[in-house]
Ligand binder design. Structure first.
Ligand code: COA
Length: 198
């Protein structure tokens, strides 16, 4: 698991996170998963690995602001979900989750990463392309019989790809350390990055 600069923190998703996860889920997806799906994923699905990103707010309580998950199947890491609370988007945190997932997948000896994304979801596709995912196919009307899915893969997850991930990690951590956007975006709340650094 990556250790990002403060105030961000990554850890495995717990049952007690599901209420927060569901709030983000409903803000992020037209057809949200049910809470029971997350319960199943983190308690019973042995192929699954789910992470959350948290911040410590001014009162020192941890707040879940995003999550991601993947299934490891015969060397394939299938990214099943990724979402950031809308209030925290555009800060590099979705990228942090994806980077962490890909690094975990490499540690799990995956040789291929796969995912499905809505054809109209240009933001997510741009993030995936930044991590060398390529479009390899389409599933027409995959989402509730209406919107098409794009299939994307990143492969091979070899030594060169690990070097690429380390480069991206350096770049992203520097951005998270230097860019005080989090404080600016949350200026109406009590949270402050400077407070967290003391
Ligand atoms: C997709 C999602 C996780 C991205 O998270 P985020 O924290 O906003 O993204 P980041 O700030 O980490 O940006 C990473 C990359 O995403 C892309 N991106 C982010 N915001 C973008 C925007 N407004 N327009 C275009 N591309 C954008 C860029 O490639 C960006 O890289 P860059 O900073 O070098 O330009 C977030 O938008 C989200 O939760 N969306 C709803 C759920 C969803 O669609 N999940 C994907 C399902 S397949």
């Amino acid at each position: 698991m990556l250790k990002p600069p403060k105030p961000y923190h990554l850890r495995a998703m717990r049952l007690s996170d599901i209420t927060s996860v569901m709030a983000i889920e409903h803000l992020s997806f037209p057809t949200p998963w049910k809470a029971s799906a997350y319960e199943y994923e983190i308690t019973r699905n042995r192929l699954a690995s789910y992470q959350v990103i948290t911040v410590r707010a001014g009162d020192r309580r941890e707040e879940v602001i995003g999550y991601s998950g993947y299934w490891l199947m015969s060397g394939e890491a299938h990214i099943s979900t990724i979402a950031i609370n809308p209030e925290w988007r555009g800060l590099g945190l979705g990228e942090l989750l994806l980077l962490n997932t890909l690094m975990m997948a490499c540690s799990d000896a995956a040789h291929l990463a796969t995912l499905e994304v809505r054809k109209g979801n240009e933001v997510a596709q741009s993030l995936y392309k930044k991590y060398q995912f390529q479009i390899v196919g389409e599933r027409p009307r995959y989402y509730q019989g209406t919107e098409d899915a794009i299939l994307m893969t990143a492969e091979p997850l070899n030594d060169d790809y690990r070097v690429f991930l380390r480069y991206r990690r350096r770049e992203l951590f520097q951005r998270l350390e230097e860019n005080p956007k989090g404080r600016v975006r949350r200026s109406n709340r009590r949270f402050s990055i400077e407070d967290e650094k003391r």
